[in-house]
Design a protein around this ligand. Sequence first.
Ligand SMILES: Cc1cc2nc3c(=O)[nH]c(=O)nc-3n(C[C@H](O)[C@H](O)[C@H](O)COP(=O)(O)OP(=O)(O)OC[C@H]3O[C@@H](n4cnc5c(N)ncnc54)[C@H](O)[C@@H]3O)c2cc1C
Length: 473
Amino acid sequence: MTEIIDARGDLAGSWDVVIVGGGNAALVSALSAHDHGARVLLLERAPKAMRGGNSRHTRNIRCVHDSGDEFNSGPYLFDELWNDLCGVGTGPSDAELAEFTVRESASVPGWMSAHGARWQRPLHGTLHLGRTNRFFLGGGKALVNTYYRALARRGITVRYETTVTDFQIDGDRCTGLVVEADGLRQRVSARTVICAAGGFEANLAWLQQYWGEAANNYHIRGTEFNDGIVLRRLLDSGARTAGQERGFHAVAVDARSPRFDGGIATRLDSIPFGVVLNRDGRRFYDEGEDIWPKRYAIWGRNIAEQPDQIAYCCWDDKVDELFLPPMYGSYRADTIEDLAAKMGLYPVTATATIDEYNRAAPAEGTFDPTRPDGLATTGLTVSKSNWAQRLDTPPFRGVVARPGITFTYLGVAVDRSARVQRIGQSPFANVFAAGEIMSGNILSSGYLAGFGMTIGTVWGRVAGQEAARHALG
Ligand SMILES: Cc1cc2nc3c(=O)[nH]c(=O)nc-3n(C[C@H](O)[C@H](O)[C@H](O)COP(=O)(O)OP(=O)(O)OC[C@H]3O[C@@H](n4cnc5c(N)ncnc54)[C@H](O)[C@@H]3O)c2cc1C
């Protein structure tokens, strides 16, 4: 399949805006470009049944709002969201673009509702997001289906199983896209292009460049289609990067979960109320450092840095109902020794570690799972700062964990109009980006739950509008 032919069938034609990708950022870009009068073609690599990228796994979006309503339990003002964003990792990569994102988020729920989105009351769960985040009725899958239906009603052409593999660049312009579809390499022409093809988290070879062989033990929580080929081609064409190369969002997932696309349900939430051991049966990080919503996203990396990228989360019967249970169930035993053996840990070291932990846990004090309770260990090299109860109530339970990569941060730099920037030259005139592929402009490291969808929606709107304006102007 080497020869590139002119596009055939519904790929042929002169498109004002061609959108690469089929998740939230792509769909919002398509609706926005169409709202601004453009003829739009959307190219989704996945088959129809798997359309929607990582966006179909999402549940909520984080936006500024002045007051509570049926769907948010209270106000969440600009300053608070801004401070929350500044408090994660090393703060925003580009303060101006980040501030714009936060400001624009206020109009996002209204825009989404006007384009068909429906909402549901806050879900109870481990992350307590009911005030700050708005939940999609039926989750991200329902949201992307709604947007695809809106595209169909408008007569926007959507092509599935169509992979963009290259860009044809002349100076600062993209003159065409090379796509693989129907077993052919075809050249699609476009006045403007919006790249909304997600991160590169599903590309294990690329992850290996930064993480070595360890990457082979990572699980990818989202779609296997996000292999970063579009990002790679943009970088090869001179695009400037934004975001850290090694940056990724990763949580602890059940080691039994599928290698790709396990979604939300494989996450493990027992950590703050138990202890976590590494391959050698040792504790390695403070399980009770802070409340879970502020710490769940560091555990993927914590485990990634351990030998063999594996960890063993253990707890006892008295805390078993305090968190969402692991979806495949937990290992159970009446002694720590037997539990360790069942999970594949060397029982002698595991038992010694937990005995040592139990001796260091306070004999007195009131355990309170709803807030940092100050029940801390004393005298351990790796302390546990809160919820440090002894593991003394059988049956003991455990689950084996792996790093679950949610998305990567490295992307392309954009300006206020979502135009992709080039190294040492003027920006591309007609190439725009939205969503995860440019989230490194906003997030340096660290993450705020629900902000991925905010970035995709805010910047999808901008990219759609600016691309349409450029194409039609
Ligand atoms: C399990 C899980 C839960 C999450 N929960 C939330 C949440 O509740 N709230 C939140 O804000 N964020 C959440 N996130 C993060 C969120 O999914 C992302 O921030 C967001 O979906 C990114 O949207 P996107 O459109 O940029 O990328 P995606 O939705 O991943 O879409 C990328 C699209 O590009 C397509 N594509 C890739 N390569 C090509 C190519 N070469 N040619 C054509 N198409 C291509 C893919 O098939 C896909 O359709 C979650 C992520 C995961 C994995």
